[in-house]
Design a protein around this ligand. Structure first.
Ligand code: NAD
Ligand code: UD1
Length: 343
C-alpha cells in the first residue's frame, strides 16, 4: 500500500513509518517540521534499509497537499499532523483550532479531490474529558473536554462522522491513544520535547539525566492505592502496530477505538520501576494536584482486540528501558553531534 503519514516526522509518526516500511508498504511523509527533525526520518530509513518520500509542507496549505497527492498515487492517509500541548492550547486556542481542525478540513478536501477514501486519525483519550466510568470504553460519554487541544480532537472526530454520512465511500478510523511512552528498541528514534516537559516520562528522564533537580509529583491525595495519579501507558511500538492493524481492517464508514493496555500505573510505581531499570535515583518534589488532572485514566482495550485483532504486548518495563536507551544515546534529541576536528 502507498501510505501518506501527515506529521510523520514526529514522535509517533516516525515509529509508524518504520513499522510500515518493515512490512513493505511504501511511505510518504508530509510534515512542516514545527515540532520534529528530518533526522528522525533518516534514521527510519537506516533502520528499515528502505527509502520513504519526504515532503516538507503544511496540511493547512492546499498547494502543499496537492504537491504530495500529485507526486504518486496514495491508497490511505494516516493523519498525525497536529499540535499537542494542553498548556499551550489554553494560551493559544485559535492556533490549535487552526492547525488541528482547519488543517484536517483541508486534508479532507484534498483527499476527496484525489479520490483517496481511507483515513486513520490520531485522536486521544482526552476526548473523554473527566472520566465518568473506569475503564473507559468507546461508548462512554465523550466531548466534555477540558481544554482546546482536547476539544479540537473531539471536534475532528465529529467532523469525520459527518463527512462519512455525506460520503459513504469513505473508510475512516479514529484511534484514541491513552498515554504513549517508550521508543524503538534500537534507541535511534524517540521523543524529545522542546523546552520544559509537561508530561511525566520526559520530565523523569531529564531528572535522571541531571538536567533537572527533582521530579514534581502532582498530588499524593488521589483516591488511588498510593495517592498519586494512575494512567494507562502504552508503548509507542504497540501503538504503531495498532495503526497497521487499523489500516488492514479499515471498512467503509466511521469507527473509533481505544489504543491502550488496560493496565494502570501510578506516578510512584513508574518512578520505582524506572529506578530499577536505569539504576538511577530520582529525587521527588511533592506538589499539590495539577489543575485539570484526574485521579485515574484507564482504557478498556477490548474493542480493538476483537475488531482489529490488536493488543499491546509490551509492558511498562520495556517502555521505560527503551525510552531510557533513547535518552542515553540522544541526550539532546536529534541534534547532529559535531565530529571532532570539524569546523
Ligand atoms: P509530534 O509533535 O511529535 O508529531 C506531530 C507532527 O506533526 C510533528 O512532526 C509536527 O512537525 C507535525 N505538524 C504539526 N502541525 C503540522 C502542520 N500544520 N502541517 C504539517 N505538519 C505538522 O506529536 P506526536 O506525539 O507524535 O503526536 C502525533 C499525533 O498524535 C498528534 O495529532 C497528537 O495530537 C496525537 N496524540 C499524541 C499523544 C501523545 O501523548 N504523544 C496522545 C494522544 C494523541
Ligand atoms: C496529558 C494531557 C493529555 C495528553 C497526554 C499526552 C493534561 C491534563 N492531559 O495527559 O491531554 O493526551 O498528556 O501524553 O495535560 N505528573 C507528575 N509530574 C509531572 C508530570 C506529570 O506527577 O511532572 C503526573 C500527572 O499528574 C499524571 C501523570 O503524571 O497523574 C501523567 O501525566 P502526563 O504525562 O502529563 O499525562 P496526562 O496528564 O495523563
Amino acid at each position: 500500500m502507498n501510505v501518506l503519514i501527515t506529521g510523520g516526522a514526529g514522535y509517533i509518526g516516525s515509529h509508524i513509518a518504520l513499522s510500515l516500511l518493515q512490512q513493505n508498504h511504501h511511505v510518504l511523509v508530509l510534515d512542516n517540521l514545527c515540532n520534529s527533525s528530518p533526522i528522525a526520518l533518516q534514521r527510519v530509513e537506516a533502520l528499515s534499509g528502505k527509502k520513504l518520500a519526504f515532503h516538507q509542507g503544511d496540511i493547512r496549505r492546499r498547494a502543499d497537499l496537492n504537491r504530495v497527492f500529485n507526486s504518486e498515487s496514495i491508497d490511505a492517509v494516516i493523519h498525525m499532523a497536529g499540535l499537542k500541548s494542553v498548556n499551550e492550547s489554553l494560551q493559544k486556542p485559535v492556533k490549535y483550532y487552526q492547525n488541528n481542525i482547519a488543517g484536517t478540513l483541508t486534508l479532507l478536501e484534498t483527499m476527496k479531490q484525489h479520490q483517496v477514501n481511507k483515513l486513520i486519525f490520531s485522536s486521544s483519550a482526552t476526548v473523554y474529558g473527566i472520566p465518568v466510568k473506569i475503564p473507559l470504553c468507546e461508548n462512554c460519554d465523550a466531548g466534555n473536554t477540558t481544554n482546546p487541544y482536547g476539544a479540537s480532537k473531539y471536534m475532528v472526530e465529529k467532523i469525520l462522522r459527518e463527512v462519512v454520512d455525506a460520503q459513504p465511500e469513505l473508510a475512516i478510523t479514529a484511534l484514541r491513544y491513552f498515554n504513549p511512552a517508550g521508543a524503538h528498541a534500537s534507541g535511534q528514534i524517540g521523543e524529545h520535547p522542546a523546552g520544559i516537559p509537561n508530561n511525566l516520562l520526559p520530565y523523569l528522564f531529564q531528572v535522571a539525566n541531571g538536567l533537572r533537580a527533582a521530579l514534581p509529583v502532582f498530588g499524593d491525595d488521589y483516591a488511588t492505592p498510593d495517592g498519586t495519579g494512575v494512567r494507562d501507558y502504552i508503548h509507542v511500538m504497540d501503538l504503531a502496530e495498532g495503526h497497521i492493524q487499523a489500516l488492514k481492517n479499515l471498512q467503509a464508514g466511521y469507527r473509533h477505538y481505544n489504543l491502550g493496555t488496560g493496565q494502570g500505573y501510578s506516578v510512584l510505581e513508574i518512578v520505582r520501576m524506572f529506578e530499577q531499570v536505569s539504576g538511577k535515583r530520582v529525587p521527588l518534589d511533592m506538589r499539590p494536584r495539577r489543575p485539570g488532572d484526574v485521579a485515574i485514566c484507564l482504557s478498556d482495550p477490548s474493542s480493538a482486540r476483537e475488531e482489529l485483532d490488536w493488543q499491546a504486548t509490551r509492558g511498562l518495563e520495556a517502555m521505560l528501558r527503551d525510552a531510557w536507551r533513547w535518552q542515553v544515546l540522544n541526550p539532546q534529541g536529534y541534534v547532529v553531534q559535531p565530529v571532532e576536528g570539524e569546523v
